[in-house]
Ligand binder design. Structure first.
Ligand SMILES: Nc1ncnc2c1ncn2[C@@H]1O[C@H](COP(=O)(O)OP(=O)(O)OP(=O)(O)O)[C@@H](O)[C@H]1O
Length: 359
């Protein structure tokens, strides 16, 4: 197996402003394979930006190691001196890691093409070659007709596309997207995410997608790590995390991204659930892939005499696999409930009891 393109091991980042200690990142280890779109999701202050800034050493870890393409560019253990690559080597590495940000960071007094050209400042290529490259990049992000305009003449989505063209100017292998869609409306967000996915598909560009929106992860990420208070709570394939989230925070993010939180809130407040008869259970069933081919609801009745009254249903397609969610009221023989739950678990249907006997 080839080495991960990014390997962060036991990363700690501690800040001590005015004698106060802030553990911004605590013992985080993440491996990103070449060609991954790897989402890092968490609320503001979770430590996402600090963590990704260690990838190109814009932020040196307090302890831990950073390995890019098999080469350890930084390593520091407690009470030993840091080992790191030289300034020149680091500069070279950084050129191969593009970054885009929430507020685009464009130069307002330069035209669109000059903003992209600026990234090639240190390139030894002839001016005409550089200009040709800029033209190609603008074509790639569908902004050829805006080359001579200034950032102030562009929409947010267009500005972000200029930033993407600029980030790609040095043919990076990795693109770090730090809340790049957070200032954009939902439609523009989808367009930018689609562009990142296209770059990933066509150029095998590895993308680190930092976001507070699980929706963005759901759209394009293959893998995801969920962060809180500087730590990774859980990580894995997007499909696994969506079908079987462990941490409460992850469940919360997923519920928001799939609009289930709204459905759960509305249904929980309804008279049907408020007056749920004794012995009945209000539950959320989440399933993926093969189990969707089985007539689960029919099976519950046939095998266990359990009736499922469906109040809400939703299917998402993640990485080509359906992930379904049902809000149901289950009723039937008490004695059969446990067997029915085992039956569902055996088919990788996760059951979250929201109200009723076993809640
Ligand atoms: N240079 C710094 N000096 C002191 N504290 C810092 C510094 N940079 C970040 N922090 C603190 O580290 C913690 C993590 O911040 P970080 O910006 O990494 O979080 P985040 O998840 O990216 O959130 P956001 O999306 O709001 O930037 C916060 O408590 C923040 O205040």
């Amino acid at each position: 197996m080839t080495a991960p393109i990014i390997s962060l091991k036991n990363i700690d980042v501690t800040f001590t402003p005015k004698g106060k200690t802030i553990h911004a990142v605590q013992d985080v280890s993440i491996d990103v394979e070449k060609g991954d779109i790897y989402g890092i999701v968490g609320y503001s202050g979770a430590g996402k930006s600090t963590l990704v800034r260690t990838v190109n050493l814009l932020q040196e870890p307090t302890t831990g190691s950073v390995t890019i393409n098999g080469e350890t560019i930084f390593k520091k253990e407690a009470r030993t001196a840091a080992q790191k690559i030289t300034g020149h080597e680091l500069k070279e590495k950084r050129r191969k890691i593009g970054m885009i940000f929430q507020h685009f960071n464009l130069l307002n007094e330069r035209t669109v093409e000059d903003n992209v050209l600026f990234a090639l400042e240190n390139s030894k290529e002839k001016e005409a070659v550089k200009k040709g490259k800029v033209a190609k990049l603008l074509e790639l992000v569908d902004l050829s007709d805006r080359a001579k305009q200034y950032p102030s003449q562009l929409s947010g989505g267009q500005k972000q596309r200029v930033a993407i063209a600029r980030a790609l100017a040095n043919d990076p292998e990795i693109l770090i997207s730090d809340e790049a869609t957070s200032a954009l409306d939902p439609k523009t967000t989808r367009q930018i995410l689609a562009l990142l996915k296209k770059l990933n598909d066509e150029y095998n560009l590895t993308v680190l997608l930092i976001t507070h929106e699980m929706d963005a992860v759901k759209e394009i990420a293959d893998k995801v790590a969920v962060m809180q208070n500087g730590r990774v709570l859980e990580k894995g394939s997007t499909l696994d995390i969506f079908t079987n989230p462990q941490a409460e925070l992850t469940k919360e993010f997923i519920a928001t991204a799939t609009n289930q939180d709204q459905a759960i809130a509305t249904i929980t407040a309804s008279d049907t659930i408020k007056n749920l008869p004794e012995g009945q259970v209000f539950a959320q069933l989440t399933y993926s892939g093969n189990s969707t081919n089985e007539p689960l609801i029919t099976s519950l009745y046939q095998h266990f005499g359990i009736v499922a009254n469906i109040l809400y249903g939703n299917v998402e397609v993640l990485q080509g696999t359906e992930v379904g969610s049902l809000l149901v009221i289950l009723s039937g023989e008490q004695d059969n409930f446990e067997d029915a739950l085992d039956f569902l678990a055996a088919r990788s249907v996760s059951v979250n009891i929201l109200k009723g006997e076993q809640a």
